[in-house]
Design a protein. Structure first.
Length: 196
């Protein structure tokens, strides 16, 4: 293959031939005698100028991501070459932006689910409408004011139940503080000013 540029259709044809060889070995039951054939196919794949379009059309990366190539008993060289190719192709695919849409959709779905979990936990803590709204406002305030909690929720290292319980405790403390100050203001004579 060397320095000669092959047309994409020709590369695709070569990749499909190698794919059929690898599938044949995998489906026929891998044995120690297959090692040379598999290593030869992997070497040829390493030499081909494979593009992301070719990867999508041939599905060769899916084949090399099969467990049999990761756990290829007779030869460590097969495991190493197969995993190296898959890593290289994955990097190419990501660099071309192939996963951006999927990642954004996954993140949106995760945020929506997290939002519903937070709401369910808040409702479980307090079911009266007034208290519920206070907790929801507290959750929103905490998420804006404490980005580490927001990151931990997204990463799954902080449970929604624990987070809402923390917010509910803070909201309760704040409500009690306001009530105490209100009762102090009411008990003062009207001529005295409150010192803060």
């Amino acid at each position: 293959f060397g320095d000669v540029e092959l047309p994409d259709a020709e590369v695709r044809g070569d990749v499909k031939k190698l794919l059929r060889r690898l599938e044949g070995v995998r489906l026929g039951g891998i044995s120690a005698t297959d090692t040379e054939e598999v290593v030869d196919a992997l070497r040829q794949l390493e030499q081909l100028p494979i593009t992301v379009t070719c990867l999508k059309a041939t599905k060769i990366a899916i084949e090399l991501n099969q467990p049999c190539w990761k756990n290829f008993g007779p030869s460590g060289e097969v495991r190493e070459r197969a995993s190296s190719l898959v890593r290289r192709w994955r990097t190419m695919y990501r660099a071309e932006g192939g996963t951006d849409t999927a990642m954004k959709a996954t993140q949106v779905r995760h945020c929506r689910n997290l939002s519903m979990d937070l709401e369910d936990c808040a409702h479980a803590v307090i079911q009266k409408l007034g208290g519920y709204m206070e907790i929801i406002n507290g959750v929103a305030g905490y998420l804006q004011g404490c980005p580490t909690d927001a990151r931990d929720l997204m990463a799954g290292t902080l449970s929604t139940k624990d987070f809402v319980a923390k917010v509910a405790a803070a909201v309760k403390r704040e409500s009690e503080r306001k009530r105490r100050h209100a009762s102090i203001d009411v008990s003062r004579p009207s001529g005295q000013r409150r010192l803060m």
